[in-house]
Design a protein around this ligand. Structure first.
Ligand SMILES: Cc1cc2nc3c(=O)[nH]c(=O)nc-3n(C[C@H](O)[C@H](O)[C@H](O)COP(=O)(O)OP(=O)(O)OC[C@H]3O[C@@H](n4cnc5c(N)ncnc54)[C@H](O)[C@@H]3O)c2cc1C
Length: 358
């Protein structure tokens, strides 16, 4: 296995988790990142399930800021408590990526802080005037990258815009709230959580031009004032790109649209795909087919959930809130919810719409 060589383009979460898992299977991995460092610029809240913590391993456990037993859904004058399987964790995202890089380096990663200008389906990577041949190339260039477009693979949809605002020295909030309010986050939801004496509030919306106003409305609703640190980026709620592999090139992360359809969370689907690729590779020894099969499998699960979510939500996230509320009354749904896989939640909610629980 040690003779297999892979290039990973992009040192965001997706590039790092694929680098780690491939290194763990004995692949010789070179990671290209156009910035001199990883985890930069930050854009993510860093909320993950216990399952994701275990898939990432040590770097995740060392980045924990706080943990929660569940979350509250709030909207339309109602508040519902959702218990999740295991715990939910808030991670320090820049630290997570730095620790993932540290672990990858300790496993023999070659880190090159350089921009890749071109990739060909035969596995050639162009950097400056060099052309380097790899057995497999993983494009983890994020939504903003352009290399996948030249190969006609990956995510082609339109993302929402999201942002986080951190308010230091706020005490008292220990939970996570998911807030459904069309005046704050048209077509989506906003969130607020307490983490280590800081409140992190965030939102995403299909109307990027209203982001600043939305943040002011959210601040008013939560009673937040004063100095804050704001950062954000694209939030992709799917569906994943139709084609994720061509020849020896495979696209992952936001560049592939590998995100959860309800929340846009990218850490779970990429951790799962990387783990599956590693396990398949260990059995088959075939790097390219392991990558393309695992990506196909994860993307097909996400597509199914995306289709169900669309039926359920119609055009408004509030639709989900209302159907969940009716299920909560019947005590059917909101216990031990799987934070990552939403098929069961969506199917139960759909059935309840057709035949409401009394
Ligand atoms: C406001 C907000 C909150 C979020 N909250 C959560 C959350 O709580 N939980 C969760 O699971 N997900 C969350 N997400 C989603 C998550 O952040 C993304 O899915 C994930 O970070 C995407 O990682 P990535 O590696 O695919 O892309 P990126 O993080 O964008 O990384 C791409 C990297 O590729 C590099 N690059 C691009 N082109 C080249 C090139 N040609 N050569 C070399 N390097 C290149 C870039 O410099 C960059 O470092 C959130 C997103 C937002 C915007």
């Amino acid at each position: 296995m040690s003779s297999l060589k892979a290039a990973v383009v992009g040192g965001g979460f997706a590039g790092l988790i694929f680098s780690l898992k491939l290194l763990q299977s004995g692949v010789d991995v070179t990671l290209y990142e156009e910035h001199g460092r990883v985890g930069y610029p930050p854009h993510c809240t860093g909320i993950v399930s216990e399952r994701v913590m275990n898939l990432i391993g040590k770097p995740a456990w060392r980045s924990v800021i706080s943990s929660y037993l569940g979350l509250f859904l709030q909207g339309g004058g109602r508040r519902l408590k959702v218990d999740v399987k295991g715990r939910i964790y808030k991670l320090e995202r820049t630290m997570l990526e730095e620790l993932m890089l540290e672990e990858a380096l300790s496993l023999g990663l070659r880190f090159r802080p350089e921009r890749v200008s071109r990739v060909s389906s035969s596995g050639v990577v162009e950097v400056g005037s060099s052309r380097l041949q790899y057995d497999a190339v993983i494009l983890a260039e994020g939504y903003g990258g352009s290399l996948r477009r030249g190969l006609s693979i990956g995510f082609t949809g339109k993302p929402m815009r999201g942002l986080n605002a951190e308010y230091p020295n706020y005490h008292g909030l220990r939970e996570i709230f998911v807030i459904f309010d069309e005046r704050i986050s048209p077509g989506f939801f906003s969130w607020a959580l307490g983490a280590d004496n800081t409140i992190v509030a965030g939102l995403a919306t299909t109307k990027a031009e209203t982001l600043k106003h939305s943040l002011l409305r959210l601040e008013r609703a939560l009673g937040l004032t004063g100095r804050r640190r704001v950062y954000g980026g694209p939030v992709l709620t799917g569906p994943p790109g139709e084609k994720l592999s061509i020849g020896s090139v495979h696209v992952v992360g936001d560049a592939a649209g590998l995100t959860k359809p309800l929340t846009g969370g990218g850490l779970y689907p990429n951790s799962l795909a990387a783990e599956l690729a590693m396990r398949t590779l260990e059995k088959s020894g075939d790097l390219n087919s392991s990558l393309s099969l695992s990506l196909k499998y994860v993307a097909s699960r996400l597509r199914r959930q995306y289709a169900l979510a669309r039926i359920l939500l119609g055009s408004k996230a509030m639709g989900l809130m209302i159907s969940l509320a009716s299920l909560a009354r019947a005590d059917l749904l909101l216990k031990e919810v799987d934070y990552d896989e939403h098929e069961k939640v969506f199917l139960t909610a759909l059935l309840n719409l057709i035949s409401p629980a009394s």
